[in-house]
Ligand binder design. Structure first.
Ligand code: UDP
Ligand code: MG
Length: 319
């Protein structure tokens, strides 16, 4: 069986269309399937619409979260309930076309454990594209594992990989595409053209996107912490040499390029030194603070999603 996990946050404009396109595409998957729609605390009619779909189609299951936990947590929730031998993760706004899924499944049947989608064309604004591309390249350079360039969450995962993510990667901060790369196994990328959002507004606000980017960079690397050490050396060594020079200069009081140490009180040097170092120290403290914040959240071990209700035609469980 194949499971398809789709997070939904206020997607009332897309739900019916999404369901139609998935159902139309389903014969091409050549397998039994379940679709797990995760309602990530929507406050529009998404849940009611999903409920009515669940009532008439036993393929569809809904996991309703108790509030908005965010895209990555919603995906993680859906994966927890997926029973398939292959689990597909895709967006609910039809940016990831259901008609392409069979190509991914073919690769999975060839024996790959993770088939991730690589975006060839993004139909998004210039700045967003630039930001994404810079982010992925930066992530590639500083992270300790190889997270494939330009691959999002859209993918097929074998149930072995899903099991690892569910049971063994218990961290609170979920950067799913990073965890997936960390899991290893046989992975392959398949190119596809990312469409535009079918309807409705983008649910990733700038703040959420920034949080995702910071999670991605900090969860998979301690490089930012090491910058402190590098910068420290870069500043300390020349400073030491300059200091040494000034001491020698002061003692012997020789003129160099017509300058003698007794000519100026050296205010400029001090001021620049203090402000520059102050700035550097603040940045580094901020980075250290970020990591400590992460440790704090991980130590608390709070669940990263809470399920309110599960709806399906077969069993109406309440949690
Ligand atoms: N989403 C979610 N919770 C959120 C934000 C987004 O479940 O807090 C879902 C959203 O409904 C959509 C998917 O995540 O199915 C991707 O969101 P969006 O299309 O807004 O992001 P983008 O395509 O710009 O990355
Ligand atoms: Mg989208």
């Amino acid at each position: 069986m194949i499971s398809i996990v789709i997070p939904l946050y206020n997607e009332q404009e897309n739900v019916d269309h999404l369901y139609d396109r998935l159902t139309k595409a389903s014969p091409s998957w050549n397998d039994d399937y379940e679709i797990i729609l995760v309602d990530d605390g929507s406050y529009d009619d998404t849940f009611e619409m999903v409920q009515s779909i669940c009532a008439r189609d036993a393929h569809i299951k809904c996991v309703k979260l108790s509030r908005n936990f965010g895209h990555q947590a919603a995906i993680s929730a859906g994966m927890r309930y997926a029973k398939g031998d292959a689990v597909i993760i895709m967006d609910g706004d039809l940016q990831d076309p259901p008609e392409e899924l069979h190509r991914f499944l073919d690769k999975w049947r060839e024996g790959y454990h993770v088939v991730y989608a690589v975006r060839t064309k993004r139909k998004e604004g210039f700045f967003k594209k630039l930001a994404y591309s810079t982010f992925y390249r930066l992530l590639h350079v500083i992270s300790d594992i190889d997270i494939p360039l330009d691959s999002g969450d859209f993918c097929v995962m074998d149930k072995r990989v899903v099991k690892v993510l569910n049971a063994e990667m218990v961290e609170q901060s979920r950067f799913v595409r990073g965890l997936r790369a960390y899991a290893g196994f046989k992975q392959v990328g398949v190119k596809y053209e990312r469409s535009e959002r079918a309807a409705g507004e983008v649910k990733y606000t700038f703040r959420k996107l920034l949080k995702l980017a910071i999670d991605g960079l900090l969860d998979f690397s301690t490089f930012p912490l090491r910058i402190a050490t590098y910068l420290g050396f870069m500043i300390a060594i020349p400073s030491f040499l300059i200091g040494l020079f000034f001491i020698v200069h002061r003692i012997f009081n020789f003129k160099i390029f017509g300058y003698s140490a007794s000519d100026t009180p050296g205010l400029a040097t001090l001021a620049v030194g203090v402000f520059f170092l102050g700035g550097v120290i603040m940045v580094i403290l901020g980075v250290i603070g970020e990591y400590i914040g992460r440790i704090y959240f991980e130590v608390k071990k709070r669940p990263f999603f809470i399920v309110e209700e599960i709806v399906s035609k077969k069993d109406n469980e309440h949690v």
